[in-house]
Design a protein around this ligand. Sequence first.
Ligand code: SIN
Length: 274
Amino acid sequence: MSRNAITITPVTPVIGANVDGIDLGDLSDSEFAVLYDGLMAHGALFFRGQDISIESQKLLGERFGKLVAHPNDPGVDGHPEVMPIHADENSVRATGEEWHSDVSCDPLPPMGSIVRMHTVPETGGDTLFACMYAAYEALSERMRALLDGLRAVHDGAPYYQRVNRLLDRDDGGRTYPRAEHPVIRTHPVTGRKALFVNKLFTQYIVGVPTGESRALLGFLFEHVSRPHFQCRFRWRRNSVAMWDNRCTQHHAIWDYWPATRSGYRVTIQGEKPE
Ligand code: SIN
């Protein structure tokens, strides 16, 4: 069978690319190689018209690495490593409504995530993506020197416990991942430096007084949300987005209540940030 030529069209100079001419449910090795290089180059890739099953989405994720279950979500029946993303008129919250890198509280935070949306609102429900290489590179030399070598604690408990309270869900006293990571990490594939703190999980910078840690993180959380580092993805039914959590953050916008937005995410294990 002849295959279409894959085209990868950047969305902004720093982040995101639209990919055409590919069927994510039937990827050859050479197509996967193009996709992988595209993800490393653009941080987030976007696809249209991908009517793939949960099984195909898992197989796609497994091309990148081991899939991991979410620490606060039981997953889809029979597929613990597939996290449903869902909000409708009865929801009291929606997933990912703040700038974050997925589950950065884990000692081995995810390298990437892949979402397919099967139900979308008529308007709204876009996801913002931000490039953490660009965020790092926009800092002054002095600020980079200050941050270099600093480490920060990322903790899942405050966020996941808040979610459970909102959902009136008993977490049975479970403990959540918590880990210390460098504030500036070096991407293991591209070798580029990226800012690695986020508003959802990063609690404090290690070894500096509380006030200084708060001030620094407050500045960095504001800094990463500058529009210069961002692109915005408008979902359609059967759109897929995949992103590299090591050099990007994202923010899902819940501006569509009472409409329904629904899809599935698979999450791929990463390595210890260095
Ligand atoms: C997430 O994975 O954090 C949410 C992504 C989305 O709903 O757009």
